[in-house]
Structure formats: structure tokens, C-alpha cells
Design a protein around this ligand. Sequence first.
Ligand code: 6PG
Length: 492
Amino acid sequence: MSEPKGDIGLIGLAVMGQNLILNAADHGYTVVAFNRTVSKVDHFIENEAKGKSIIGARSIQELVDNLKRPRRIILLVKAGAAVDAFIEQLLPYLEKGDIIIDGGNSHFPDSNRRYEELKGKGIRFVGSGVSGGEEGARYGPSLMPGGDAEAWPYIKEIFQSISAKSDGEPCCDWVGPAGAGHYVKMVHNGIEYGDMQLISEAYYIMKTVGGLTDKEIGDVFAQWNKGVLDSFLIEITRDILYYNDTDGTPLVEKILDQAGQKGTGKWTAMNALDLGIPLTLVGEAVFARCLSAVKGERVKASSILPGPQIPKDAVKDKKEFIDNLEQALYASKIISYAQGFMLIREAAKEYNWDLNFPAIALMWRGGCIIRSVFLGEITKAFKEDPQLENLLFNKFFTDAVTKAQAGWRKTVSLTAEYGIPAPAFTTALSFYDGYRTAYLPANLLQAQRDYFGAHTFKVVPEKANDNLKVGEAIHINWTGHGGNVSATTYDA
Ligand code: 6PG
């Protein structure tokens, strides 16, 4: 057989896979395409791939035989069992040093496991986040690869050339070891849930309290898209609100208000609970989808549980109302990203991953669903100080939340006063107030724990005395008839 020509192989010819192949071919790479249902390969080769540097493979062996060494194979198949099944099928044909790249939305513990298992077999595993939907895959996605660092030099050029660019820099860099790439993609998705929830709440507030039409709300988003909120999700929201059905009325108003989810937001929130990080905004965004899903109960409750009436003149000054809302959205978004980076920082510690924070922000700057001008500022903040403890401590963001605060508070008050559900805006403000409070009421909570369960507490150092010693786990016999034995102390 002649020398193989394929630079990279791809398994999974659904729309993302096809588009990624076409993207790589446009950048001068020869791609070998395979799909479990082989007729899909034939159809692709005869149509979209015609005349391009794309080779169709009709079996796994043909795919591997057509690839230069070390073989580089991307899997773009459904996360879960399908990934393991294809790895199993590939293994008999691969040699030590070959590279398997999982580009699906895999759960990072699975990628940790696959990395370890394949390392033992001499195969280099990469778990890569791929974001940007169909368009992104075709013309420049955000790529977040992690795993076996030995693979990076062999895939760097291809990955960085097909990825989106931001100010000339590729939105793709090496994230870190094992499942770190999929971890960062998971957090991206959690933040995506948060951004979408915030935008949906803004739309709802404009519609209910503000009494704006969808066209007018679309105009507001169009305006916001020229300022600090300039982003892909604001842009598509504008377009959605402008989109009319065949009868000339907004299509969005005909869509059933029950949100779906595939689980990546939930994974992010669960991981935040595991690591003890207050990722409240993403958590609320996931729960807001869950609440929307119980439509039947909500319809019933709407006729049983009363709330305030919204008066016609609830909004006195429309401009001020919209400006406040913009500030609320901006500030809440800053909180969400600050929380997201708190989580990633904790994960780096917990899993012993050396993560590159400016690179992560840059990877999200372009190509992906959460891409925005704002991420340029985050990139800058982490470039200035890669060890930045919290985004809110960077001067740009301290100033931004300070300035946005008044409008943010007014918006949240308005929603409380008129009974409009705004969980993401509200939780963002609660977090902000909690985070900036040096002395929280957890003293009372600790006292309660010690009172009923002898769970012990520690003393404020300045208030220590002979009975209350600094650093010690103290138990008080609050009632006089409890015992003096304390429970074992440990924190989950
Ligand atoms: C992306 C998206 C994508 C995700 C969808 C669906 O970055 O391109 O995050 O990976 O699958 O957004 O997510 P839900 O169905 O959970 O909303």
C-alpha cells in the first residue's frame, strides 16, 4: 500500500463532525472520515465533501490505514458508552504513541478514566471541549484540549489553525492533564446556562413590568449588543425576538415554556457542591430549568397562590428602567464568571492540575457559545495577574460592579416588589453582598450546631479567653443538662 495521506481521522458524521472535517479540509489538511452507519460516509463523500481533501473510510481498519503516524483520530460521537465502544474498536489497529481525541461533551471523570486506561496501553488520550455549535465547527470553534501532554505537539497546529481567532490569537490552547479539557468545557456550559437564564430574566422583566413588545425588547438587546454586553448570546436573542411566524407574530411567544437540558449544567453545579464552591448563579440557572419543567404544577399554582398585581405605571421612567436592567445583567454576569473561575481554581487545587487561566479566558473569548467582548477583559485581568484570587479583585471588575450596583439593586427590588421570578439576578446580588461581608451570621449557625449536636465551634481570635481558646474546637453545655462530650469534628 502507498504511504497514507490522512493527517487526521474523524469518527461521527453528525452535523458537528461533518463541519469540523470541512473546516480542517479548508485549512489544507487531509481528513479521513468514518461513521458507524457507512452509508452516511458515502453520502458525505459524494456531496458536501466532494472535491475536497477528504477520504471516506468504510471500516475502522480503513480509517486507521489511511492515517499518517502517529495516528490522530477525533471521536465526535454521543458522550458515554459510544465513546468507550469506539475506543475498544480502535485499539486493535493502533500502535503505541497514536492519539485518540474525544471531542464530545464527555463528563470529565470519564475522561480521567480513559486517559489513565489508555496511558497504560501506550495510547495518548486527549479529551477536548468543542464549543460553538454547527457554525463554530464549520468556521472556527473554541477548542479546549486536555489529557496526555505528549499529544499536544502533534495536534497543536491543526487545532489552532481550525479554531476561532480573537485579535489574531487562536481560541485554543493546552488546558491541562487528564480530564481538564472536558472539565473546562463543562464549566463553560454551566456559565452558558447562567448567561442564558440572565438574558431570559431580562426579557421577562421587560415584558411583564416594562410592558414592552417583543420588537421593542429586540431593540433593547440590539442596543446592549453595542456596549459592555456585546456577545453571541445577546446577538441571537435580538434575532430571536425579531423573528416572526408566518402569521406575523413573534415565534418565541408560541414556544412552550419548559426548558430542556442535557446535563452539563447539572454536572457543573454538582461539582461545585462537591468542591464546596458557591457557584450560586449556575445552580439557580439549572434549578430555573427544573422549575420551568413542572409546567402542570405551575399552571395549577398560578390560580391558587396569589402575588402582587403589576400596575400599568410600574415603570415611571422607561430609559432609567432599561439602563438599570442593563447594569443588573452586567453585574450578575460578572458575578457568574467570578464564581466560575473560583470553581476552576479550586478544581486545579483539588485535582492537582496546573491550569493556565489567561488561556482559558482566551479560549472562551471567541468561537464558543459564551463568546463576548467581556471575556477580553477577563483575559486581560488574568494576563495581568495569573494568580488573581478573584475576578472581583481586578480593578476593572471592582469598578464595573461598583458602578452597576445601584441599577442592579433597583432591578432586583422591582422584581421582588412585583412578584417577578428573577432567581439569577437575585442570587448574584445575594452572593455579592455575602462575599463583601466580613462577618456573616454563621456564628449563630455554629452555635446551633453545637447546641443540638455538640458539633463544636471556634472562637473569634480577638474575643478569646481562658475558656474559649484560639483554634480549639470548643463545645459548650448550652442547657446545663447536655453532656460535655463533643461530636467528632470534620467538614464535608
Ligand atoms: C457548545 C454548547 C453545546 C451544548 C448545548 C446544549 O458549547 O457548543 O455548550 O456543547 O451541547 O448548548 O446544552 P443543553 O441541551 O444542556 O442546554
